[in-house]
Write a protein that binds this ligand. Structure first.
Ligand code: ADE
Length: 426
């Protein structure tokens, strides 16, 4: 491990050159964020502000971090999952002067140690994916909140919890729900999760998906993305759901729908994407076929009840990276991928740069918005979760389209008038 107190702790600084090449690769596929970098590096709206971030340390996140820095911010960063840090990227960031505390394979204690270190520099803003950083401020260092003007949250799970906190009057500074931007959840959650989750399953197992019964738990945006891509690769996709409308949509989109108790008996590959705990539990492991593969793509590692799997285990061995074989009753083998942590980041590289481009453009713009509000442009209440403005969504989507060389039509004045004319009929 390479460490410099108050500055970084990463796996190996010698990996920095390899990390820099990966960051440059991501930059070439993130034109929206790079355009924001070019614009805001001239005006530096974030100068004098310190941002603590807790978000997967990937090549795409590095592009976000370096864009925030180019806009004037001072940064301190940790990963938001013990198995999602790209050590090469972390080394490149450390070598470039970013305060960063992150390495692949942290234990839980180290995970929180890294978060604590990012708070040592007393940030003015927080940037979260899963809300661990903001919870740490609220629960462990409430005195820091005095200097914090706001935070942003990247993911569905985090936004749910922060809204619950606001409903209970417990949130002590304003948060912008980046996840809820249309240019985030309708793209990153669907197409990003769809591709990266299957990428993780394939890298960890190398199995063929065609012809397999592939069970997706949850048909929210993430589950839908996984199901859609798995279907495209020839899997027989089975959906389990708790929400009637979501289950109905899945059926009409050509998926089979059943309960997990039923699916457990027939599935070859199980992917949880619910954000809820105990989706796969002991009784499911008891009825699974020999050779079943189980994994999770939700934010936390509680969707698969691993203690209940371990209770049933006769033997356990590592087959290959991110693929553990458990032998359970009846000499059946169950393969757990990435220790039940999000398989798309632990066993692959997370979502592709092209889609993170829009998510992180929203992150960047939301951090700028918090600072501009602090400078008096807008009043943001302390105990509130804010959506991103619709205009921001349209702007980001327009720039993305332009970078792809695509043009769209515009309403004529007559069409606009017609669309608003409530007297017009047949
Ligand atoms: N979440 C999912 N994919 C990601 C990526 N590539 N970078 C950062 N966060 C992510």
């Amino acid at each position: 491990m390479d460490e410099k107190q108050g500055q970084y702790k990463v796996r190996d600084l010698k990996l920095a050159d390899a990390g820099r090449r990966q960051i440059e690769w991501a930059e070439s596929r993130m034109p929206v964020l790079m355009k924001l970098r070019e614009t805001y590096s001239k005006t530096k709206p974030l100068a004098g502000y310190k941002i603590a971030g807790c978000l997967h340390v990937t090549k795409e996140t590095a592009v976000l971090i370096e864009t925030l820095r180019a806009a004037g911010a001072e940064i301190s960063w940790s990963g938001c999952n013990p198995l999602s840090t790209n050590d090469e990227v972390a080394a490149a960031l450390a070598a470039n002067g970013v305060q960063i505390y992150a390495w692949y394979g942290l234990n839980v204690e180290e995970f929180y140690w890294c978060i604590d270190r990012t708070l040592d520099f007393k940030p003015n803003l927080t940037l979260d994916d899963g809300a661990d950083l903001i919870f740490t401020v609220h629960n462990k260092y409430p005195e820091l909140a005095e200097d914090i003007i706001g935070g942003t949250e990247e993911t569905t799970t985090g936004v749910h919890r922060l809204r619950a906190m606001a409903d209970d009057g417990k949130l002590v500074y304003p948060v912008i729900a980046v996840n809820d931007a249309e240019t985030k959840w309708d793209f990153d959650n669907v197409y990003g999760t769809g591709q990266s989750t299957l990428d993780g399953v394939i890298r960890a197992t190398s199995v063929m998906l065609a012809g397999k019964n592939l069970v997706v738990a949850g048909y929210g945006h993430c589950g839908k993305g996984v199901a859609m891509r798995a279907k495209g690769m020839g899997a027989n996709v089975i959906i389990t759901e708790i929400k009637a409308t979501a289950a109905l949509k899945a059926t009409l989109e050509g998926m089979q729908v059943m309960t997990m108790d039923e699916a457990a008996k027939v599935g070859d590959i199980f992917i949880t994407a619910t954000g809820i705990k105990d989706v796969l539990v002991g009784r499911h492991f008891d009825s699974m076929k020999d050779g079943a593969i189980i994994c999770n793509t939700g934010h936390y590692d509680c969707e698969i009840n691993i203690p209940e799997l371990e209770d049933r285990m006769a033997t356990k061995r590592t087959i290959r990276a991110n693929c553990e074989e458990y032998t359970v009753s009846g000499n059946r083998r169950i393969y757990l991928l990435a220790q039940g942590r999000l398989v798309n980041l632990a066993a692959a590289e997370g979502h592709p740069s092209e889609v993170m481009d829009m998510s992180f453009a929203n992150q960047f713009m939301s951090q700028v918005r918090l600072v501009m509000a602090h400078k008096g442009e807008e009043v943001l209440e302390r105990n509130k979760v804010y959506d991103i403005p619709v205009t921001q969504d349209q702007e980001i989507a327009s720039v993305k389209l332009a970078t792809m060389g695509l043009n769209i039509d515009k309403l004529t004045e007559a069409q606009y008038t017609y669309s608003m004319d409530y007297a017009a009929g047949t």
